[in-house]
Design a protein around this ligand. Structure first.
Ligand code: NAD
Length: 284
């Protein structure tokens, strides 16, 4: 694999494109129009600075050079023409993604591999629209991929094992730890573990069993993990936590009410706004 195309240059797409270029690949980044591409260029400059600030190995020499390896375009045929692998990171909407795979199948060469970064759709939901189910799978990154560097690789029963192996190898070559998932699973591995854990913390709170600081301290001290559930809620952001909890069962909905009244309505959205369950920067 030499030429990689990333579709969508938002939060995750820009990170995937930049990380791939940082590791020496030629990258084409596609988005819908010029204003979106201008925002992408801005994101790449921000990521270059962030890699340096976070002390990513080789960033002081390599971060600016990486930007030069990314070509921006809003022409889909041009974007995918020479791609060995296309990584799709467009908004989380089934019809939109299916539409883009259909259009892309018409303009990409037969050998091009397609991968989705979707967090909540299964690759099986999209396989038929790709027109190449044997060359399609999920390659799922975590936000801030330069430090949270897992890449969950999840095929469908139709994915060719040789294609799967090539994508695992690619993930490793861009500095990821490839996580091989053997069967399709909503939530992949990370959210299959994290979501029940966060929900258990929320239920201890809504039942009045203990307050967030006590719950977090128990988890940290008892297991050696760096963060408890409410510290993680603050990182995820309380608006996202609210949107997920309000769709859940009775206790999760009570948690959503607490989030809304005591935090979100007060402008406390977590780490991003400097206050959530805790105040940031944290006093140690
Ligand atoms: P985002 O809204 O930040 O970015 C989406 C980008 O897609 C925007 O730049 C938008 O202009 C562009 N876009 C819109 N319509 C398009 C089209 N028809 N063709 C091409 N580009 C189009 O979204 P995001 O948070 O980066 O999420 C993108 C995907 O990545 C989703 O599938 C999401 O589930 C997944 N994901 C997100 C995260 C996260 O933390 N944000 C983590 C892992 C996976």
């Amino acid at each position: 694999m030499n030429t990689i195309t990333v579709l969508g240059t938002g939060v995750l797409g820009s990170q995937i494109a930049f990380q791939t270029a940082f590791h020496g690949f030629e990258v084409v980044a596609y988005d819908v129009d010029q204003p979106a591409l201008d925002r992408a260029a801005e994101r790449f400059r921000g990521l270059a600075a962030r890699y340096v600030a976070d002390g990513v190995d080789g960033a002081s020499e390599g971060a600016e050079t990486a930007i030069g390896r990314i070509r921006l375009t809003s022409d889909l045929a041009d974007a995918v023409a020479a791609a060995d692998l296309v990584i799709e990171a467009v908004p989380e909407n089934l019809e939109l993604k299916q539409g883009i795979y259909r259009s892309m199948n018409e303009v990409a060469t037969e050998s091009t591999i397609f991968a989705t970064n979707s967090s909540t759709l299964l690759p099986s939901d999209l396989a038929a629209s790709t027109g190449r189910a044997d060359r399609f799978l999920a390659l799922h990154f975590a936000n801030e991929i330069w430090s949270h560097n897992t890449a969950e690789v999840m095929g469908t029963p139709e994915t060719d094992p040789a294609v799967y192996a090539q994508v695992v190898d690619f993930a490793r070559r861009i500095g990821m730890v490839p996580i091989e998932i053997k069967k399709e699973k909503a939530g992949y591995l990370l959210n299959s573990l994290l979501v029940p854990f966060l929900q258990a913390g929320a239920e201890l709170l809504v039942d009045g069993i203990a307050d967030p600081a006590a719950i977090d301290a128990t988890w940290r001290i008892g297991t050696g993990a760096p963060k408890g559930p409410f510290e993680i809620y603050d990182i995820v952001g309380l608006t996202t936590a609210y949107n997920i909890s309000r769709m859940g069962g009775e206790k999760q909905q009570r948690f959503a009410e607490i989030l809304k009244k005591q935090y979100i309505d007060e402008g406390k959205l977590g780490v991003a706004t400097g206050e959530g369950f805790y105040t940031y920067p944290r006093e140690s």
